[in-house]
Design a protein around this ligand. Structure first.
Ligand code: NAP
Length: 228
């Protein structure tokens, strides 16, 4: 049974991803937000952790503890992230630091110790969630802090892929457009959610990436835009 870390597991995307990986027979190590543990999914193959992943020491301690317990970690799906709007005029340095902490540090602090472990194992898959404004600057002019912070994940994936080349350890970036979540439906009542991306479809794509079928993929950036 392959062991997979999923961060942001109680988020809108994370719930669908966690459910699908459990359904497909993985052992899931889910990192959830404070207060979410009690009401989270229950499953024989699910372990739930509350960790502030913006805290490097806490994140490293979490990774160390699951390596000690499970020996081998097949994949990590690093889903924690969040969004603020703002163009250059309205975006402060503090806004940028906060978004980097949320969108980049929470992934880096898990990926950093895991990369060493995966190289030692001789296998591993790390999946980041980018965003279209983080990839295409013209989409990001009114989302400056968010776009800058997400753009770092694309560079990080390239560094990991260069560092681990030839070692069967890969980093992949999944790039959703708008995800069909209750939050987005509420904030964009005039938009057609059928054009957005379903969390369940993103979950299937992530499972393909980390499965045996996805094993030959390298340096992968997957744009999952549907019709938006
Ligand atoms: N929604 C979209 O349309 C969209 C589009 C493109 C990309 N994305 C990306 O897709 C990912 C998932 O999005 P989503 O809509 O599912 O987000 P979400 O519902 O807000 O889920 C994010 C989860 O991360 C948790 N989290 C935040 N800070 C944390 C920390 N320091 N340590 C541990 N956990 C923390 C949150 O907990 P709390 O609830 O306690 O904060 C929440 O459970 C994000 O990376 C997002 O940027 C989303």
């Amino acid at each position: 049974m392959d062991t997979v870390i999923i961060t942001g597991a109680n988020g809108n995307l994370g719930m669908a991803v966690t459910q699908l990986f459990l359904d497909k027979g993985y052992r899931v190590l889910a990192v959830v937000a404070k207060n979410a543990k009690e009401n989270f999914l229950k499953h024989d193959h699910l372990d739930v952790f509350v960790v502030d992943l913006a805290d490097e020491t806490a994140a490293a301690g979490f990774v160390r503890s699951v390596i000690d317990k499970y020996q081998s970690i097949h994949a990590a799906l690093l889903l924690v992230g969040g969004f603020i709007g703002g163009n250059i005029a309205s975006t402060s340095g503090e806004d940028i630091s906060n978004q980097i902490s949320l969108n980049f540090n929470t992934a880096y602090f898990v990926a950093r110790p895991l990369l060493q472990q995966m190289k030692a194992q001789g296998a591993g898959r790390i999946v980041f969630i980018g965003s279209r404004p983080g990839l295409v600057a013209s989409y990001g002019k009114d989302l400056v802090a968010y776009s800058l912070s997400k753009s770092l994940l694309f560079r990080l994936a390239e560094f990991i892929n260069a560092d681990a080349r030839g070692r069967n350890v890969t980093a992949t970036v999944i790039v959703p457009s708008t995800i069909d979540t209750p939050v987005n439906r509420k904030s964009m009542p005039d938009a057609d959610p059928l054009n957005w991306v379903k969390p369940e479809d993103l979950a299937e794509i992530m499972e393909f990436v980390v499965s045996a079928k996805g094993a030959p993929l390298r340096e992968t950036v997957l744009k999952v835009y549907n019709n938006s």
